[in-house]
Design a protein around this ligand. Structure first.
Ligand code: C5P
Length: 393
């Protein structure tokens, strides 16, 4: 039986932890709960105990707890540590490495993977401190189930609500997914890049990130450990993947390099081929009627770079090609030019594919090309992930 160590911290969303325990035990997980002092203001140890069927741990220095099971032992016995809800306070403690109660000490001492489901007021969530903490935690490999957007108990509206327990359970399941990609690391790039023109303007494209994000989720569901490097998008972070957020092509290249080694790379991002050579002060109208000239310079080609023969080259590199004409011909040329193994080509010429919910592709592999029927981007992602699974079988 997979064992979860559930840390419940203080917030009005703590009541949802009870539902999470109910769903998780029903799904066959063993759950041991740790309740912080603040958490105990919102749910009682008794309810957690009744639902987990085991003792609830609250004190760092409790003689009985230490003799029965020390905090090191508590995390040693778990396969995954889940913090739900995770308050701004516990996230800050995790980032700083503070250990002043049982929950924070456990989180500092554990060598087990940690998944957090943040919940807090929208301003606290959007505060630069919390966002910086989230970025640091993600970099350290902490898995995040992002909060939902909606009305909050405090009367405000925005992102910060604890996501619903079924979504947290889905992230837990994705973590334990035992599929053909178990033990493999996949890097997926997704979304557009933003290339600054000046401090307020940028060059971008219509990529929504829907296809890349769906591929990341589908690979995770087959057991892969996934790093998703995403440009600015409005789609939800997929459950159970490590997120790295970037803006420019150069940041994306650096993030991809930092995430290596990997077994699989799927470059689904619509990376800007060009950036403005010198993005200086805000460009102003000077009254001369002469529009300013933008000098462009080439961006690094992430797909071509990662496809280069090198000891760190992923075994399977998949590129995307957004074309508006002569799909098969351009795609084949691109596959050769970039040096990737497979190429997913789609016609984006006025069909609403870029940014839309459906996709129709041509898959080029060393064995030839296949036209896939038009389908939902999620379905396409699952089909592609299954093919990747066959490749590694
Ligand atoms: O050359 P083009 O941009 O059409 O190639 C598309 C493919 O190359 C996509 O897989 C995209 O993710 C990747 N690409 C990249 N870095 C760039 C440009 C494109 O990884 N700078």
């Amino acid at each position: 039986m997979r064992k979860l160590l559930l840390i419940v911290t203080g917030g009005i969303a703590a009541y949802k932890a009870l539902e999470l325990v109910r769903l998780a035990t029903k799904a066959g997980y063993g759950v041991t709960a740790v309740l912080t002092k603040a958490g105990a203001q919102f749910v009682t140890p008794l309810s957690l105990q009744a639902l987990t069927g085991s003792k609830v741990y609250q004190e760092l220095f409790s003689l009985t707890d230490e003799s029965e099971m020390g905090h090191i032992e508590l995390s040693r016995a778990a396969d995954l540590v889940v913090v739900a809800p995770a308050t701004a306070d516990i996230l800050a403690k995790m980032t700083a490495g503070l250990a002043d109660d049982l929950a924070s000490t456990l989180l500092l001492a554990t060598d087990k993977p940690v998944l957090v489901a943040p919940a807090m007021n929208v301003r606290m969530w959007e505060h630069a401190a919390t966002q910086a903490n989230m970025a640091t935690l993600a970099k350290r490999g902490v898995l995040v189930v992002p909060p939902d957007e909606g009305p909050m108990a405090c009367g405000e509206y925005g992102p910060g609500r604890l996501t619903e327990p079924p979504a947290i359970l889905a992230a837990i399941k994705a973590f334990f997914a035992d599929g053909p990609l178990k033990g493999l690391h996949a890097i997926v790039t997704s979304g557009p890049t933003h290339e600054p023109i000046d401090p307020v303007r940028y060059l971008a494209n219509r990529s929504s990130g829907k296809q890349g994000h769906a591929i990341a989720a589908a690979l995770a569901a087959l057991g892969a450990r996934v790093t998703l490097v995403s440009g600015p998008v409005n789609v939800r972070d997929p459950a159970g993947v490590r997120m790295v957020r970037v803006e420019t092509a150069r940041e994306m290249r650096d993030a991809v390099r930092a995430a290596l080694p990997a077994d699989i790379a799927v470059c689904a991002a619509a990376v800007a081929d060009w950036r403005v050579e010198e993005a200086g002060q805000k460009i102003k109208k000077d009254g001369s009627g002469q529009p300013p000239a933008l000098r462009l310079t080439e961006n690094p080609d992430i797909l071509a770079e990662i496809s280069q023969p090198a000891p760190s080259r992923p075994r399977l590199v998949i590129g995307f090609a957004a074309e508006t004409e002569k799909l098969a011909e351009h795609a084949a040329a691109k596959r050769a030019r970039k040096g990737c193994d497979w190429l997913v080509a789609n016609d984006v010429g006025g069909t609403g594919i870029m940014g839309g919910d459906e996709n129709e592709i041509l898959l080029l592999t060393p064995n030839g090309s296949e036209a896939w029927d038009k389908m939902d981007k999620t379905a396409l992602a699952r089909k592609l992930a299954a093919r990747i699974g066959e490749f590694f079988a």
